[in-house]
Design a protein around this ligand. Structure first.
Ligand code: NAD
Ligand code: UDP
Length: 315
């Protein structure tokens, strides 16, 4: 059935992939973005599609529209960008959630929240199941993002309990792929761009900290399955790739795949940088029709390297 779907943060990295996929699936998509970290260029190829609409709007202000579903992605996601204006970041998460939940309540739409593995903070339990409450610093450099996203989860659960809003919460683990912003400071885009330019590859700390990297197509598949999951399942559910790598391993892999002559250099580790991260995805497998990641890191990195090569040639 054709649905009208609102995607907030739709001009960002993940949002633009999601918009494309929803259009491919035959839906009508309204993409809402204030272009803080997103870019019109990410969705420019969709503008000719009569079922696609692009609207400049900031989710900290109320927004009115008639839709069947809302994917709430609006929020800067990289540490560099979310720490640039931390008050705005927490406002975006909290007021954005209130505005979008209020909208969902009024128009009886289903709403999915793009939460994050950052709700687990610097986790002491490893790997992380959804039942783990996390180890989060409430007053550190990452708090504007972590606590904003935690509060948004609370709001989602309370709108369900109090107002019967149809909610879905996913906790996204580190995701990468084409259309990442080359300047947003995340590790995959940083390493690839540095390697392609022959610049030093900047490892923060000794490089033994770990992350589990998910290719964007696997995430988008998980998001859509979650939106369409049974009515009495709202999560939160982890969506991530459980294969865990150190930042040193990632740097070496990027150097090999690009054939780069870049050197690895070490820089200070930022405050509260999580030492380890790996999702438990049993719940997603069970509730989302056997969903699991299908793209290996090496395969996904090759596609991402090709994207950045083209981008750098054009600039
Ligand atoms: P991104 O920065 O590329 O996308 C975020 C989008 O939201 C951008 O287009 C930005 O302009 C927009 N935005 C920011 N503030 C806004 C506001 N106040 N009003 C309207 N639009 C606003 O990041 P992304 O990686 O695509 O992340 C998308 C969502 O997924 C975010 O909510 C993020 O927290 C979540 N997430 C991402 C990852 C990841 O690894 N990429 C991991 C966990 C969670
Ligand atoms: N990192 C790094 N070099 C960089 C950028 C990031 O070593 O140029 C490290 C960072 O300290 C963290 C990991 O890579 O340990 C992942 O960082 P990212 O910002 O991509 O995501 P997050 O920390 O939010 O998971």
């Amino acid at each position: 059935m054709k649905k009208r779907i609102l995607v907030t943060g739709g001009a960002g990295f993940i949002g633009s992939h999601l918009c494309q996929r929803l259009l491919n699936d035959g839906h009508e998509v309204i993409c809402l973005d204030n272009y803080f970290t997103g870019n019109k260029a990410n969705v420019i190829h969709l503008l000719d599609n009569p079922y696609f609409e692009l609207i400049r709007h900031d989710v900290t202000h109320p927004f009115f529209i008639e839709v069947d579903e809302i994917y709430n992605l609006a929020c800067p996601a990289s540490p560099v960008h979310y720490q640039y204006n931390p008050i705005k970041t927490i406002k975006t998460s909290v007021m954005g959630a209130i505005n979008m939940l209020g909208l969902a309540k009024r128009i009886k739409a289903k709403i999915l929240q793009a939460s994050t593995s950052e709700v687990y903070g610097d986790p002491i339990v490893h790997p992380q199941p959804e039942s783990y409450w996390g180890n989060v610093n409430p007053i550190g450099q990452r708090s504007c993002y972590d606590e904003g996203k935690r509060c948004a989860e609370t709001l989602f659960m309370d709108y369900r309990l109090q107002n019967d809003v149809k909610i879905k919460i996913i906790r996204i683990f580190n995701t990468y792929g084409p259309k990442m912003n080359p300047n947003d400071g995340r590790v995959v885009s940083n390493f690839i761009v540095q390697a392609l330019k022959g610049e030093d590859i900047t490892i923060f700390g000794d490089g033994t900290q770990t992350r589990s990297f998910q290719y964007v197509d696997d995430l988008v598949e998980g998001m859509i399955r979650m939106m369409n999951s049974r009515d009495d399942f709202w999560g939160p559910v982890n969506i991530g790739n459980p294969k865990e790598f150190t930042m040193l391993q990632l740097a070496e892999l990027v150097i090999r795949l690009t054939g780069s002559t870049s050197r690895i250099v070490h820089m200070p580790l930022p405050q509260d940088d999580p030492t380890q991260r790996q999702p438990v995805i049993d719940l997603a497998r069970k509730e989302l029709n056997g969903w699991e990641p299908t793209v290996e890191l090496e395969q996904g990195l090759k596609l991402t390297v090709d994207y950045f090569k083209n981008l750098l040639q054009q600039s």
